[in-house]
Design a protein around this ligand. Structure first.
Ligand code: HEC
Length: 187
C-alpha cells in the first residue's frame, strides 16, 4: 500500500476492514439536503398550513375551465318559438335597435339596406333562412373570410337576441338604395 493510500485510509479501519474515505460529491449532498428541507416545507404547508388538497385543486381548475367556456355555450339554447316571443318585447327591440346602430349599421347600413354586409331586410339569406336562430349563429361566430366579425363575447346573449329580433322586425321594410340580393331567396 502506497503512503498516499495509507493517508486516505487513516481512521477508516474497523475490525481489520479498511476503507477509503471517499466523501460524497458536493452536488449530490446539496440535492440530498434540499430534498430533506423540501419535505419539511411540504409537510408543514400541506398538512398544517392549510395548503390545498388535490380535490380542492381540481375544484379550482374545473371552475377555471367552466369560466373559460364562452358564456354562450353555457347558456341554455332557446327554441325559435321562445326567441320569437322574446323578440316581440318592445324593450328588447329598443335594445336591439341601439345595438344595431352602434355595432352593425356601419356595415349593414342605417336602414339595414346593406353596405359592406348584405341587405338584412330582403328575403335573401346567405346563412340559414333568416330565422332568429340562424341569425344568432352567424352573429356569434361571424364569417371570418367575408368580413362579418364574431360578436360572441363582445355582445351579451340577450343583446344578440335583441338585435336579431330587431332585424326580423325590419323584414320587408324596403329601405331606399338596397344592396343587391345576396344568397338564396327564402319564402
Ligand atoms: C365589418 C363589417 C360588419 C359588421 C360591423 C357587421 N357585419 Fe354582419 N355581415 C358582414 C358581412 C360582410 C356579411 C356577409 C357574410 C358572407 O358573405 O358570408 C355579414 C352577414 C351578416 C348576417 C347574415 C346575412 C345573410 O344573408 O345570411 C347577419 C344576420 C349579420 N351579418 C348581422 C350582423 C349584426 C347583428 C351585426 C352587429 C352586431 C353585424 N352583422 C355587424 C359585415 C359586417
Amino acid at each position: 500500500m502506497s503512503q498516499e493510500q495509507d493517508l486516505l485510509i487513516k481512521g477508516h479501519e474497523y475490525d481489520g476492514i479498511k476503507e477509503f474515505d471517499n466523501p460524497l460529491p458536493g452536488w449530490w449532498l446539496i440535492t440530498f439536503y434540499a430534498t430533506i428541507i423540501f419535505a419539511f416545507i411540504y409537510v408543514i404547508h400541506y398538512e398544517f398550513g392549510g395548503g390545498p388538497t388535490l380535490s380542492q385543486e381540481l375544484e379550482v381548475a374545473m371552475k377555471e375551465v367552466q369560466a373559460a367556456k364562452p358564456a354562450a355555450s353555457a347558456a341554455p339554447q332557446e327554441s325559435e318559438e321562445e326567441l320569437m316571443k322574446k323578440a316581440q318585447d318592445p324593450k328588447l327591440l329598443a335594445i336591439g335597435a341601439e345595438v344595431f346602430t352602434g355595432k352593425c349599421a356601419s356595415c349593414h347600413g342605417n336602414e339595414l339596406q346593406g353596405l359592406i354586409g348584405p341587405n338584412l331586410t330582403d328575403k335573401y339569406w346567405i346563412h340559414g333562412k333568416g330565422k332568429i336562430t340562424d341569425m344568432l349563429t352567424v352573429i356569434k361566430a361571424g364569417v371570418a373570410d367575408k368580413g362579418m366579425p364574431p360578436w360572441d363575447g363582445i355582445l351579451k346573449q340577450d343583446e344578440m337576441i335583441a338585435v336579431s329580433g330587431f332585424i326580423l322586425s325590419k323584414k320587408g321594410s324596403n329601405p331606399a338604395n338596397p344592396k343587391a340580393p345576396q344568397g338564396e331567396p327564402v319564402e
